[in-house]
Design a protein around this ligand. Sequence first.
Ligand SMILES: Cc1cc2nc3c(=O)[nH]c(=O)nc-3n(C[C@H](O)[C@H](O)[C@H](O)COP(=O)(O)OP(=O)(O)OC[C@H]3O[C@@H](n4cnc5c(N)ncnc54)[C@H](O)[C@@H]3O)c2cc1C
Length: 303
Amino acid sequence: MEALLAQLKQEHGIALQRHVPLAEHTTFRIGGNAAYWAEIVDEEMLRILVQSCTRAGRPFFVLGRGSNVLAADTGYDGLILHIGDGFSEVKTDGCSLTCQAGASLARVSGIAAQAGLSGMEGLSGIPGTIGGALFMNAGAYGYEMCDIVTSCRYMDADGNVYTAEKEALSLSYRHSRFMEEPGIILSVTVELHPGEPQQIADEMSALLARRSEKQPLNFPSAGSTFKRPAGSYASLLIDQCGLRGRRAGGAQVSEKHAGFVVNTGGATCADVLALCQTVQQEVREKTGYVLELEPVLLGVEPE
Ligand SMILES: Cc1cc2nc3c(=O)[nH]c(=O)nc-3n(C[C@H](O)[C@H](O)[C@H](O)COP(=O)(O)OP(=O)(O)OC[C@H]3O[C@@H](n4cnc5c(N)ncnc54)[C@H](O)[C@@H]3O)c2cc1C
């Protein structure tokens, strides 16, 4: 790795950061250090890093705002490609917005609202990037990424860039093709429809208020901890099993919303996983429903 670092610096002027605490870059505030970290500013930088890792057989992980990631206490022994504010240009063309992957949903929704474009109101309170939102097919309050995306550009592990139309993205509930066929989302194009700016802003404010009324936003978390099982709701099942408030170390099933596991202070990844296992086991035994984790695990060794 030292030779690779020296080569990146000498040939491309890219200096990687080292030992970066993942707890500072995930909304759960959990995780040890990432061995290497790159703040992505353009596609060329991304291509060089991805190709270098692939050739050297070194692992990399794409991180947006870290709002749907649970990082291991031991950290990640690879390179984090952080796609955030440095890669977040948004271009408007009629009713269409083309956004670099690091643009936050809050910012993109704000730009849309100002331009009198409707269709993202319910997505504005989701604390992620548009790249992360496409990866997860994020959604809330009847709004979902799959309803507005028309295409995206992405890069494969060899640095090749492709455009994929929506039909090729296999978007369904909290699922995209990138979960099976790795690809780094570079930009996302969404198609919205004309609306009245004040009405759009009012709808956004109302949905943001609903969010803070229902969700435990005063504690770090990764949002909903479990996917919605077909035919029921995770929070309802967890409540029915009397698990609201259940703890493991610093992790707790939120008292405010049973669908959230929160970090009440000092929770470790091991605490969260132990609590999730208890919840999954009790819900399965008592109701027959299987709850699947929604957050993506980073650096966690499979059991
Ligand atoms: C308080 C709270 C409320 C939430 N509410 C909602 C909600 O209402 N609805 C909902 O759907 N989600 C919700 N979430 C979850 C989360 O915000 C979304 O899933 C969001 O879209 C994740 O975006 P991110 O940039 O943070 O991605 P990250 O958490 O950084 O990454 C998530 C996954 O996406 C991948 N990824 C990120 N960027 C890229 C990219 N450019 N290319 C390829 N892969 C990429 C990562 O590798 C990882 O596998 C909530 C989370 C919190 C903390």
